[in-house]
Every structure is written in structure tokens, then in C-alpha cells.
Design a protein around this ligand. Sequence first.
Ligand code: ADP
Ligand code: MG
Length: 258
Amino acid sequence: MTLLSVQHLSKSFGGVTAARDVSFTLERGEMLAIIGPNGAGKSTVFNMVGGQLRPDRGAVLLDGQNITAASPQKRFRLGVGRTFQVAQTFLSMSVAENVQMALIGSRRESEALWSPARTRYRDDAVALLEQVGMAGMADHPCSALAYGDVKRVELAIALAGQPKLLLMDEPTAGMAARERADLMDLTASIAGAKGIGVLFTEHDMDVVFGHAERVIVLVRGRILATGAPEDIRQDPEVRRAYLGDEHALERPKGLSPT
Ligand code: ADP
Ligand code: MG
């Protein structure tokens, strides 16, 4: 069954229609990017899937279940995860402790009470850190990490909730080009192995064209095009939508994809 089905979502803020009749699907293990100029409605669509925003019209189905009216917490329990920035207050905690907190938060209280919490969560946290290549840093404070490593920990924290669907709003913002590619390679391999569907918004066209299996182009709240990265890149309408910023759709010249 289709993992995520977004059907005819619309959302207005006062006079601004941020999303109009937006429909798409996402399968297990698929990497789907939403791109579009600033103000196109990417975050609005994203937040209607995550439950932070209620649509004016339309529906969101997860595994066939209508979750349009569900709270973000309910969606989280049903398998909708998202990456969050490691909170400032948690920077003093170790890498493993941050993931342990996420594990405790994501499990039912009864389970937390009955399990030998300390060792159990520690082992599970280290296992998750292994998946993102951060087990060796388990006992370092998060404040001591390089930015790219913090992003890996954020991914481990999101995975602690055992999501079926992972929402990532501009996951690579502020990262260097090489780190961006690494993070998205990692995300794609974990998503593929676990069958997690990933919906991400992204400014960086290298990340989009290098890592998305399908791309949705949103312009003024409407879907202008949906397709494979190469088709999207060639699409004249898409290129027109980026007019004045045509180079956004090109790969930078002279850079090898190492
Ligand atoms: P994107 O993420 O593609 O940059 P957004 O979804 O953030 O776009 O915004 C789409 C449009 O909706 C913009 O015109 C923005 O100003 C407007 N908008 C978004 N959120 C709100 C809000 N909470 N209140 C009022 N207007 C909003
Ligand atoms: Mg946005």
C-alpha cells in the first residue's frame, strides 16, 4: 500500500493561498523532494503532512489511514518522524544521552518503566549511532561536535522514533557541499534499508538532483511538475519558474562529484 497519500491539500493565510490542490504520493523507501522558489508553499505542505498545520481542504493518508485531523504527536506515534535541530539545552549532554532521550520519549511509558532503562536505552542508542557512523563519538558532548556530525545525531534522533515516513525540511541548510552529499547519501541508504519514505525540501539543487528519486516542483502553492530529476531539470516550464535563477538548475561546472 502507498505509504503517504496527499490529496487535494489547500491552505490559505488571510489573502495568501500558500497551497492549492496539492496531491502526491510517496512509497516506502522512496526519496521525494519538494522544490520551488521561496514562498512557493514547501514548508506549508510539509507542515500539513507533519500535523503542525491543518489544511483548509484535502486529506493526508498514512498507510491508507486518514490522519488529516491527527495531532503531530499522534502522527509521530503512527510513524511520521521529522528531523529537528538538537535543542540548545541538550548540547551539554553527550551524543548517546541525546539519542537515549529520544528513545525514552518515543516509547510507551509502560515499556520504559518495565525495561532496565539505563542499559537498554544506552545499547539501543549506540546501535542507532552506529547506523549514522557516530558510535565512536557516543560519549562526546554534542557541543563538541562539528556541524555535519550534529546533523548525523539529529538523524539518529529522528530514527529513534522508528518512523515509516521521515520529513526533512531543508536538512542540509548551513552545511558545506561535501557534508551535504554525505548526509543525504547516509539518509538514502538508511531509508532504502529500512523502507522509510523520505519527503524533503531543499534549496541545494545538487542535493535534489543527486538524491531525490522523484521531484515535485511547487510554484505559488501549485504543483507545476512532478517527475524524475532529469525530466524536471529539462522541463521548460520548470526552467521558466526559476527565471532569473536559471543556474539553480545546473550542476556547478568544474566540480567533480566526489
Ligand atoms: P516556502 O517554504 O516554499 O518558502 P512557505 O510555505 O513558507 O513557503 O510559504 C508560502 C506562502 O505562505 C508565503 O507567501 C508565506 O508568506 C505564507 N505563509 C506561510 N506561513 C504563514 C503563516 N503562518 N502566516 C501567514 N502567511 C504564511
Ligand atoms: Mg520553507
